[in-house]
Design a protein around this ligand. Structure first.
Ligand code: GDP
Ligand code: MG
Length: 163
């Protein structure tokens, strides 16, 4: 079976945008479990000759603002269970948030390889915004922009290096 990569992170950091850039049009399965899992989307991709499956866990959302953290915890649990490599997506504009720190602890305890992707690094002025993400404890953060597609090669290199 193909190794599995999961994308985890707060709502609106750009998980689905990056997921779509990675899979192109190779969408495999869309699951829909009303009430809990709105959609759990799987795709397939290949980089440097290495094929993998990828999950956009961001579809797991429970309605209501107070439930956002519960939804993110469920994403992280799913990723820890199913993924061989976890892409922890953060947002350069908001910086490191408390929920990022909470998710980081869960992911850290799992012992799985975690890549921190800092999205919305839309221009050179924002390039330095990635450094505070070293504090999450997963090594070099990778700056990307879903809007422009920059940094995707570095992110994909890091993913397949950890497969
Ligand atoms: P998700 O909730 O984590 O899946 O995030 P989405 O992929 O749905 O994106 C949330 C919002 O952020 C959308 O309005 C996107 O257009 C926007 N967005 C995604 N990537 C970028 C980026 O690199 N830069 C900026 N400025 N906005 C982005
Ligand atoms: Mg999404």
């Amino acid at each position: 079976a193909r190794p599995v990569v999961a994308i985890v992170g707060r709502p609106n950091v750009g998980k689905s945008t990056i997921f779509n850039r990675i899979i192109g049009d190779r969408l495999a399965i869309v699951e829909d479990k009303p009430g809990v899992t709105r959609d759990r989307i799987y795709g397939t991709a290949e980089w440097n000759g290495k094929p993998f499956s990828i999950i956009d866990t961001g579809g797991i959302e429970i309605d209501g603002d107070d439930m956002i953290m519960k939804s993110i915890r469920m994403q992280a649990e799913l990723a820890i269970e199913e993924a061989d490599v976890i892409v922890f997506m953060c947002d350069a504009k908001s910086g490191v948030t408390q929920s990022d720190e909470e998710v980081a602890q869960m992911l850290f305890r799992s012992g799985k390889p975690v890549i921190v992707a800092v999205n919305k690094v839309d221009n050179i002025q924002r390039a330095d915004d990635i450094y505070e993400f070293y504090s999450l404890g997963f090594g070099d953060p990778i700056g990307i922009s879903g809007s422009h597609g920059t940094g995707m090669g570095d992110l994909l290199d890091a993913i397949v290096d950890n497969l």
